[in-house]
Ligand binder design. Structure first.
Ligand code: PLP
Length: 395
């Protein structure tokens, strides 16, 4: 079957990045990639810090943080007074977990698409309270209605104290109807934490309309911010209860500044994040999204065909605009997390391609991303050489 036509590249977009041209960088999803202009912005800020560190930290820094928070919250449709800048989604998850009340009969509900480190954080929090983490299974590519119905029947009112749901899952690239899920949980007064690590910059979002108790997303993946930039949005009733993980000088100010100012840290990532949004807007954010969606679908078809996957078996997210897609690997490949890591390293070393490889319920899944610096050839190269590499594993 033909893979169809790839999208036209966005003129000049590739030159905005400092990625090694010898590598097919097909894993924007894991750690993002910072455009050169944003790197320069951050360097200028670091120069400013080093020209007079005392002045930087004591004259106007808090106002600059507030201004940045407003800018980023505005982009995401979040209430700027109900949002806090954080270093990453991981930090946001732990903040929320330690702020909810949990007793020994209680549980935190997660799904089998959730991020590994998030599950670890939930386990530690529950262990300390004598509570339980329960995992609900969701299909690899289920319909929105199916997902909502499974979650609805998994909720245990009076016992489930928090539901953690991904907006875009990491290992499966599945997208979940978070607004409907929040509404279903709220029917039973169960709070919801939305892990939206991949959402800012990838999908248009109106955080306030989702209605979650907590929503946290990284700007350092798809919104071109330097690493260490995330936003946690907290619904009004919870703001008083959110305690910073680290106590510093702004503790008495409460949410959000007590979370944001954590002493002598490098705040230049946050202050550079608006330059990431500027880059997106300069390229044309709609054009970026259309390009990335069309290219990742093309890449999925090309690599799926090379591995002999029936096109009907290529999982499609319920939100097609997502810039990540899966290609299921042949049976017996990457069936365990160590094997998945080994295969990712092998692809990196032998094929000069960066990909995400995960093992999910014993199935090996190759996750592809597309970003404006990618070209169809990145996927063609992988498609040409991956089958032979996989054959060496099986034979
Ligand atoms: C769904 C999901 N949650 C949380 C994280 C953690 O993000 P960070 O390492 O930036 O905290 C990731 C990272 O890839 C993720 O994909």
């Amino acid at each position: 079957m033909s893979a169809g036509e790839p999208p036209a590249p966005l003129p000049g977009a590739r030159l905005l990045f400092s990625l090694d041209p010898a590598v097919s960088y097909l894993n924007h999803g894991s750690f993002g990639a910072v455009p050169i202009g944003v790197q320069r912005t951050q360097q200028r800020l670091r120069d400013e810090v080093e020209a007079n560190p005392h002045k930087f930290f004591t004259q106007g820094l808090l106002d600059r943080l507030i201004h940045t928070r407003r800018h980023l919250a505005g982009f995401l449709g979040a209430d700027p007074d109900g949002s806090a800048l954080l270093p990453n989604t991981t930090a946001g998850i732990s903040l929320v977990l330690q702020s909810i009340r949990l007793e020994s009969a209680d549980e935190v509900l997660v799904t089998d698409h959730g991020y590994g480190a998030v599950a670890l954080a939930a386990q530690r929090r529950c262990r300390r309270a004598g509570a339980t983490v329960r995992t609900v299974g969701l299909p690899l590519a289920g319909s929105a209605a199916e997902v909502v119905s499974r979650l609805r029947s998994a909720l245990r009112p009076g016992k489930t104290r928090l539901l953690i749901i991904d907006q875009i899952a990491s290992s499966t690239a599945a997208t979940f109807p978070v607004r409907e899920i929040v509404a279903a949980a709220h029917e039973h007064d169960i709070p919801v934490l939305v892990d939206a690590a991949h959402v800012p910059g990838m999908l248009p979002v109106d955080v306030a309309a989702i209605g979650a108790d907590f929503w946290v997303g990284n700007l350092h993946k798809w919104a071109f911010a330097p690493r260490g930039t995330a936003l946690l949005a907290v619904a009004e009733p919870w703001r008083r209860r959110i305690e910073p993980l680290v106590v510093s000088w702004e503790q008495e100010q409460g949410f959000p500044m007590a979370l944001e100012f954590q002493g002598a840290l490098d705040y230049t990532s946050w202050l550079s994040a608006p330059a990431g949004l500027f880059t997106l807007r300069t390229l044309g954010w709609e054009a970026v999204r259309a390009h990335n969606m069309a290219l990742v679908e093309y890449g999925q078809r090309v690599i799926g065909a090379a591995l002999g996957v029936d096109p009907a078996d290529l999982p499609q997210p319920t939100v097609p605009e997502s810039a990540m897609r899966l290609v299921p690997l042949p049976a017996g490949v990457a069936t365990t997390p160590p094997d998945a890591i080994a295969l990712r390293l092998l692809i990196s070393e032998k094929l000069a391609a960066e990909t995400a490889v995960n093992s999910w319920h014993g199935r090996g899944l190759l996750r592809l991303s597309a970003q404006v610096y990618n070209r169809p050839d990145d996927y063609h190269r992988l498609a040409e050489h991956l089958p032979a590499l996989l054959a060496t594993l099986r034979g």
